[in-house]
Design a binder for this molecule. Structure first.
Ligand code: ZN
Length: 226
């Protein structure tokens, strides 16, 4: 049976060869949606991220996988808006060494994805951050909990608000923690696809700390060049 399904996969890929969604180059057999060359072109972020926009009073450290350039923009777009969920695995691969190579991070208790509001979740049918967190959980051996943190208001697009302090005010009371006992006394890594100003992550971290989280780290796939 496995042989047959592999055989049909080869036949299908012979008739319809898959191409990289970024460069249109032909994919190798083990590549999913994006080629190895495009992935290795993404510029790694070294060290701790400081956005310089907001004072992160509730976040202990922010780290990110790669810089947000044209290629990452294409990948994230396919991931979020065209359901290219197989990319979650490639994103998780970028983030795995950041956790495993950091003594403070790799002993964390929980991965928590930044939640979507239920209306947006229904529209999209998945939460991109949760897909990344689930893929990452299997690679780093830290459990992922997607039902601890909820988003109770559907905030307007952050990009429409130029003022950083206005963004912070807008994020007040957006998130709630459902199961206090799950986060109390724990070190949590908050997972998101991108970090821009950091106001969303900081609002999540604030409510997690109010419910007893000891440390809140933030890990995102991409960060912009500031
Ligand atoms: Zn490519």
């Amino acid at each position: 049976m496995i042989f047959l399904s592999r055989f049909f996969k080869y036949v299908l890929e012979f008739i319809f060869p898959p191409f990289c969604i970024v460069c249109d180059g032909q994919l190798s057999l083990n590549d999913k949606l994006v080629c190895r060359s495009c992935l290795s072109d993404l510029k790694k972020v070294e060290g701790i991220v400081r956005t310089g926009v907001i004072d992160f009073d509730c976040i202990d450290e922010i780290r990110a996988g790669v810089y947000y350039d044209q290629k990452l923009q294409t990948l994230i777009h396919h991931f979020k808006y065209q359901r290219a969920l197989a990319l979650a695995d490639a994103f998780a691969d970028m983030l795995t060494p950041i956790i495993l190579e950091n003594a403070l991070w790799r002993t964390s208790d929980l991965l928590i994805p930044v939640p979507l509001h239920k209306v947006k979740f229904r529209e999209r049918s998945f939460n991109q951050s949760e897909e990344i967190a689930k893929a990452l959980s299997g690679k780093v051996g830290i459990p992922c909990s997607a039902d601890v943190l909820l988003r109770r208001t559907n905030t307007e697009s952050q990009t429409q608000m130029a003022d950083a302090q206005e963004r912070v005010r807008n994020m007040t009371n957006v998130f709630v923690v459902k199961n206090t006992h799950t986060v109390s006394g724990k070190t949590v890594i908050l997972i998101d696809d991108l970090i821009t100003t950091g106001s969303t992550a900081n609002a999540c971290a604030r409510v997690l700390k109010q419910h007893g989280a000891q440390k809140v780290y933030v890990l995102t796939v991409g960060r912009p060049y500031f």
